[in-house]
Design a protein around this ligand. Structure first.
Ligand SMILES: [Zn+2]
Length: 275
């Protein structure tokens, strides 16, 4: 697993709303109230796609000394508790896509939770907490690791999570640095990873996070041609439509950050990025 140790040290560093719920978002916009998936009324204004939304990105949820990519489970729980206590709505990537492209409104306290690489601890440690809080999230998985590498997710775990509000999307076949591949090789890893996941999950895979946050001009054509609708980078900051659907920013969550830093990134759309 040479690649695992290589990237884990670097700073390479959601089930969908059904149509009724999306309709209820639309209907409720005049009253400044929305209904979450538990049919509870959420206070707050709706926002439209002139606004930005924080897309958090995590890797591993399991403490390891000196590794900022690995967030201890209890720290992750505190962050999720903060989202719950402060009445955040976690969006699926389909909801986010509809917000960006179709201008479907979402609650102003919306957030998107993502995980890169597909570590087994996402199932063992993060998934129970996400379920407990009723949160949506998305995991971008490296398909060559599935059922092969013990520290990574299995197809059964992916299927179970996929049926419980967790979107499973692509992070290429081999954690490929797309910037270093020619166009045909990019198309191959983009398509192969997508088809592999679609076979396991029985649902369409439409989103990707670029490994190492690397891409080039060919990538922007290749992801579109391979059938993806959105792609995420590791450029820090909140996401909005002006960034382009294939180069969306994300908010890095590191174990070097304390709770104040987490809140700062979550509540300030123009937070200063230093990683
Ligand atoms: Zn990665």
């Amino acid at each position: 697993m040479h690649f695992y140790y290589r990237w884990k040290k670097k700073s390479d560093v959601t089930e969908n709303l059904n149509s009724n719920q999306i309709e209820s978002h639309k209907e409720k916009q005049y009253t400044n109230q929305v209904v979450d998936k538990d049919n509870q009324s959420i206070e707050g204004n709706l926002i439209y796609n002139s606004q930005s939304i924080p897309v958090l990105y995590y890797h591993s949820i399991d403490y390891e000394k000196g590794n900022e990519l690995r967030i201890p489970k209890e720290k992750f729980r505190q962050q999720m508790q903060y989202l719950k206590d402060n009445k955040y709505t976690t969006l699926s990537l389909d909801e986010f896509y509809n917000f960006l492209v179709n201008n479907n409104p979402v609650p102003n306290k919306s957030v998107i939770i993502t995980f890169d690489d597909g570590y087994k601890d996402n199932y063992e440690n993060a998934f129970p907490i996400l379920k407990e809080f009723g949160f949506r999230a998305t995991i971008f998985v490296i398909t060559s690791t599935i059922d092969k590498e013990k520290d990574f997710l299995t197809s059964n775990e992916l299927k179970e999570m996929s049926s419980c509000n967790i979107g499973i999307e692509s992070h290429t076949v081999n954690h490929d640095n797309l910037n270093s591949l020619d166009y045909d090789a990019q198309i191959k890893t983009l398509k192969d990873s997508k088809e592999f996941l679609e076979r396991i999950l029985g649902k369409e895979v439409k989103y990707i996070a670029y490994p190492y946050g690397k891409w080039n001009e060919n990538t922007l054509k290749a992801v579109k041609s391979a059938g993806y609708n959105m792609a995420f980078t590791t450029i820090g900051g909140w996401s909005n439509k002006d960034q382009g659907l294939y180069t969306l920013n994300r908010v890095y969550v590191s174990n070097n950050h304390n709770m104040d830093e987490f809140k700062r990134r979550l509540t300030n759309s123009h937070y200063e990025v230093s990683n």
